[in-house]
Design a protein around this ligand. Structure first.
Ligand code: PMP
Length: 552
């Protein structure tokens, strides 16, 4: 079978026809079969790739995404393809001598190889840590039979969408986990969600139009700090323990009063963190997500789904069974003898996750932001977006003149770990392991709260995902509730916490609308890093600070 060379990527023509008939959900076995049929990925320096090269050909029954031209900002609409990146497509022509792009020769790269020690999926991650040495050389593709990415490729300039090697992995992962229900979805690698969100705001928000963004009443502070200097007003939607309330959002959008909103036009974008929301820890149920999506359809609102905590969805909290010793049962990643139990347990794990909005997105109105920060390492500065072809194309135009895509070092290291070492099933086993780790941590902090906090004034909802616990302090019971503002009480408790040796974030830092009165007195705590003992000490100190302020 002759490979069809699509911008330097080797694909097998016949396989494309074979896949065209398939519309079945992707499985781990399906990925292995697809890869075996496609043969070795041939993606040299700066080769162009897109998700369509790696996902199943979409059946004609699948709808195409809506167009979003009416939402594009003037800035985004004005972006033209980077001519130098476009020229790279000619590099694939056999015999061509390039005097074109300023790509340095890898002969002058002062890196012959990189090596790292990483845990292996074999034997599971929960008990003993099996470490393995993994290396990537400068010319593995040229010098070894199975080399797919090497330092000569990874460390040179590449396309802003990311390397084909890692793009293939995220595309397969996205199809496996979310199976977007429209045809022309695509992925692009990013420098993490902070960067992709900033680009997204600028793509679909335009201060000249008076654009604004809807978000949860308490929202990720950096997302708020990103919007403000862009001149995009942020409007908070009331929440409950499952996050934003779609009926309130519907009311706000139906009765939008431009004058009362200081001249801000009706928002056409929603920024939401559906799982383990930062700061409240709230997780939207499947039903909640479907209703939010419906409201967005009704008002033609585009959705930025920011999901760094998606895989940190945990088993429900059982009161009284706190602490890692009390409730931790190891994930079903391996049989007792360390032998892998096949794909079934991993695929069962996927079915326990609340479906994403991307998985419900028949319109192509979701731009999903995924990140390796919370589930591999934050310093990789790698994530990816998934959206319609139109939206991803605009994102790439932005990245071409900005980050130029993620660092080659990060891409090389992640590719080696995720693709060659762990594979999709190994990565999912890693996530199952992480979920257990976080569950033990969550249970420990909740146990400490039950022991040390005055229940008559402090309440909380056990988080179902993520790394944050949101503590609500009943300010109405404070002896100075009538004379002191919420901000004053918050400051008093915060300062006392610092005196006693605990840092908890003030709820007001996350308020979506700083010019509106706070709806309550809250503190955000995290169970991500402190030890069980440290968490107990910290929560006890927090309790003392609140007791001191309330005089109880
Ligand atoms: N979104 C949310 C909701 C977050 O909590 C964080 C990290 N605190 C980020 C995005 C940042 O992610 P990244 O490291 O990928 O930029």
């Amino acid at each position: 079978m002759a490979p069809t060379n699509l911008g330097g990527i080797g694909l097998v023509t016949e396989d494309v026809h074979i896949c065209k008939q398939a519309a079945v959900p992707l499985t781990l076995e399906g990925i292995r079969t697809r890869r075996a049929k496609a043969g070795k990925l041939d993606a040299p320096t700066a080769s162009y790739s897109d998700s369509d090269m790696f996902k199943a050909p979409q059946p004609p029954s699948k709808p195409k995404a809506k167009r979003w031209d009416h939402l594009l900002s003037a800035e985004s609409a004005a972006r033209r393809p980077c001519v130098l990146k476009q020229a790279a497509k000619h590099l694939k022509k056999p015999g061509l001598v390039s005097l074109g792009g300023g790509l340095p020769s890898s002969d002058n790269f002062p890196f012959e190889s990189l090596s790292m020690r990483v845990p292996t999926a074999a034997g599971g991650f929960s008990h003993t840590t099996n470490l393995k040495e993994v290396a990537i050389g400068k010319h593995d593709v040229r010098d070894t039979a199975d080399g797919v990415l090497d330092l000569s490729i990874a460390l040179n300039y590449g396309q802003s969408i990311g390397s084909a090697q890692l793009l293939r992995w995220v595309t397969e992962h996205t199809e496996l986990v979310h199976a977007p229900p429209y045809a022309d979805w695509r992925c692009a690698l990013t420098i993490g969600s902070t960067g992709s969100l900033e680009a997204a705001y600028r793509m679909l928000g335009d201060r000249a139009r008076g654009d604004g963004i809807l978000t949860e009443e308490y929202s990720f502070s950096t997302a708020l700090e990103t919007a403000a200097p862009l001149g995009l007003r942020v409007y908070g939607v009331p929440m409950d323990e499952q996050g934003l309330l779609p009926e309130k959002m519907d009311e706000m959008l139906s009765d939008w009063d431009v004058e009362a909103r200081g001249g801000g036009s009706r928002p056409r974008v929603l920024y939401t963190v559906p799982s383990g929301q930062n700061p409240t820890g709230a997780t939207q149920s499947e039903e909640r997500r479907r209703v939010v999506y419906k409201v967005c359809q009704k008002h033609d609102v585009f959705i930025f789904e920011d999901e760094p905590y998606y895989f940190l969805q945990m088993q429900p909290y059982q009161k009284g069974a706190n602490g890692s010793n009390g409730t931790t049962t190891t994930s079903a990643s391996t049989k007792g003898n360390g032998e892998s139990s096949g794909d079934a347990d991993v695929e069962a794990f996927l079915r326990t996750l609340v479906p994403s909005m991307l998985s419900m997105d028949t319109d192509g109105r979701v731009m999903r932001h995924d990140s390796f920060s919370k589930v591999v390492v934050p310093g990789s500065r790698v994530g990816w977006v998934t959206a319609s072809e139109q939206v991803v194309e605009r994102y790439i135009r932005h990245a071409e003149c900005c980050s130029q895509g993620p660092s080659g070092f990060s891409q090389a290291v992640l590719y080696k770990l995720l693709d060659e070492e762990w594979g999709h099933d190994g990565y999912l086993r890693w996530l199952m392991h992480l979920r257990d780790e976080y569950r033990a941590r969550r249970d420990a902090i909740l146990g400490a709260c039950e022991r040390f906090l005055p229940g008559e004034v402090i309440s909380w909802t056990p988080p179902a995902a993520g790394m944050f616990l949101w503590l609500k302090v009943d300010h109405t019971r404070h002896p100075h509730a009538a004379s002191k503002s919420l901000l004053e009480l918050e400051e008093e408790i915060f300062d006392s916490c610092i005196d006693k040796g605990v840092l908890a974030c003030r709820g007001s830092w996350f308020s979506a609308e700083h010019d509106r009165p706070l709806s309550g007195l809250f503190f955000r705590t995290t169970y991500a890093a402190a030890s069980e003992e440290q968490m107990a000490v910290a929560i006890e100190r927090f309790g003392e600070a609140v007791r001191g302020s309330f005089g109880i």
